[in-house]
Write a new protein. Structure first.
Ligand code: NAG
Length: 531
């Protein structure tokens, strides 16, 4: 394999970066990085994806640009298609359950089938690397960024589901990243906004956080994840100064040496505040490679991406990067490319009929019908049987932003649409901090349905639920994000969870509310204050 000759390391180092850009077609900035800096991997977001046809054209042009610029190997084109609340394909792809919904089903076959279906859609669109699955164990109800992106709080469940999905994606010829090593689950801080501190020793991590990662890395053959993404958490027992993604104690000592991981190690996005606001993004890229990562991710800003290249070129010249290590990283990335990519395949345009195919739609319906969980039904309010003239009041929380990484912004519109299909005497009110008193409407309605989204993080919803619990004739509370909301109103009699606010998850929840289907899932987490 011809990678990493001494004299051309700076010509090759672009293979160790993953960058994103803002546009539905290649921008001058990204073209420059591919043509003049040998940028080897691109990350796409919702901003790059409008229609299947457009995105297919986009990925094809990117590959063509790389080919014409003399790249030895095709580009990796990556995306966060975690499913559930973090999905970049939008309406271009089939909705399939995200991690916690799958955790609630507990079926590794379902998890594998989801991954296989998604890998077909990704490949059709020219994306060959899914930055998934999340292997964080969500054992902190106040976690603002992982939550339903995790399969649950049981490390064994997380491992079982995660392994099935890795296998599904990779069988479908899509590379994976298990993330966010060594575990972003036990923190109440979002690394997009600040530095989460995980004050655990190795022994403690070994019991929970590391279990799924370790099991995944021990898996052989096709089920062994092709890459590990290292998150930005401060683990003072390992390194007091810098976050995990740039700490050699985590990347080189723990992941590479102790676990003996031979695949590609990539950082989480270095533009997140945990890095950007501490060491800075370009320097973060250098520190990432010095710490033992093979790849550094810079998702958004061209100026940072260009500065990172500058920093890396001069580091190579000044001997701040170990050339042997860089050569090994280049080798790992090249090997991964050879495993998944070839020019003929990436330059061919796949049949768009795969997108949202009949088979995928059937899988989606079949799985989502099993997703929602009725957690509490003390007065047997569920299923509801409203008389035609009954008034249903649907109160939906408007939360400013449910998750820094999510894709959808108004969580309840599809819930409302599903209710309306079944009952027209329905009033829909989106409520927030400022909503004037609704006691009269609540008292007058025959049925009140309240939608909450991370009520434990946005407490104005708790007040609304408590008021309705006192005043409503019959009340149903549905949590459409984290299932933990009930910890703030444990006295509520009727509580169900959907694990995500996607249209099919809402349709299934409404089917459950009206008794068209029954609960077939189990909460994959426990709710504090509730037995
Ligand atoms: C980060 C996400 C990561 C994703 C990456 C690229 C966290 C902690 N990190 O914002 O999952 O793969 O961006 O989009 O959510």
């Amino acid at each position: 394999m011809t990678v990493g000759n001494d004299d051309n390391l700076d010509k090759e180092i672009g293979q160790l970066l993953m960058c994103g850009f803002d546009g539905l077609e290649p921008t001058p900035g990204i073209i420059d990085l591919i043509e003049n800096h040998n940028l080897g991997s691109i990350i796409l977001f919702s901003r790059n994806i409008a229609t299947p046809k457009q995105v297919q054209k986009l990925t094809h042009s990117l590959q063509q640009i790389a080919r014409n610029a003399g790249h030895k190997r095709p580009l990796f084109i990556a995306v966060d298609q975690e499913n559930g609340v973090v999905r970049r394909l939008g309406d271009s792809g089939t909705y399939l359950p995200g991690n916690m919904a799958l955790g609630a089903l507990g079926s590794s076959t379902a998890a594998r089938n989801v991954a296989m279906a998604i890998s077909k859609e990704l490949l059709t669109l020219g994306m060959n690397w899914n930055l998934a699955p999340v292997l964080d164990v969500n054992n902190n109800p106040l976690n603002p960024v992982i939550g339903v992106r995790s399969y649950g709080q049981d490390p064994e469940l997380v491992a079982r589901m995660g392994l099935a999905q890795v296998e599904g994606y990779q069988r479908g010829k899509v590379a994976t990243s298990i993330k966010h090593f060594p575990g972003h689950g036990d923190t109440a801080t979002d690394s997009h906004l600040d530095v989460p501190v995980i004050n655990k020793t190795l022994e403690e991590l070994d019991k929970t956080e590391l279990v799924p990662f370790k099991k995944a890395l021990e898996a052989g053959g096709i089920a062994c994840p092709t890459s590990v993404m290292v998150g930005h958490m401060l683990l003072p027992h390992f390194n007091k100064d810098v976050v995990s993604s740039i700490a050699p104690e985590i990347v080189r000592d723990l992941l590479r040496r102790r676990f003996g991981y031979k695949g590609v190690i990539i950082t989480d996005c270095l533009e997140m505040d945990a890095v950007k606001e501490t060491v800075g993004t370009p320097k973060g890229a250098l520190m990432a490679l010095q710490a033992g990562n093979d790849m550094a991710m810079i998702s958004h800003t061209l100026a940072f991406q260009k500065d990172a290249f500058k920093v890396l070129y001069s580091a190579l010249q000044e001997g701040q990067l170990d050339k042997d290590e860089i050569r090994q990283s280049l080798q790992r990335v090249a090997q991964l490319k050879d495993q998944f990519l070839n020019w003929d395949d990436v330059l061919q345009q796949a049949d768009l009929k795969t997108m949202g195919s009949e088979a995928h739609a059937t899988l989606s319906k079949e799985l989502y019908d099993r997703v929602p969980t009725v957690v509490t039904n003390r007065k047997n309010t569920l299923p509801i049987r409203p008389a035609q003239t009954d008034k249903i009041l649907f109160l939906a929380a408007h939360v400013p932003q449910t998750l820094a990484v999510d894709s959808e912004k108004e969580p309840f519109n599809s819930f409302h649409a599903s209710l309306l299909k079944r009952h027209t005497n329905l009033e829909y009110i989106i409520y927030n901090e400022e909503t004037p008193d609704l006691s009269q409407k609540i008292q007058e309605a025959d049925w009140v349905i309240i939608g909450t989204a991370n009520a434990n993080l946005y407490p104005f919803q708790v007040r609304m639920v408590q008021q309705a619990q006192k005043l409503a004739k019959r009340l149903v509370v549905a949590a459409v994000m984290n299932p933990y909301d009930q910890m703030c109103f444990p006295q509520v009699d009727t509580y169900l969870v959907t694990y995500e606010y996607t249209p099919p998850a809402h349709e299934a929840a409404v089917r459950l509310i009206f008794g068209e289907i029954e609960t077939r899932s189990r909460l994959p987490i426990s709710i504090p204050n509730v037995d």
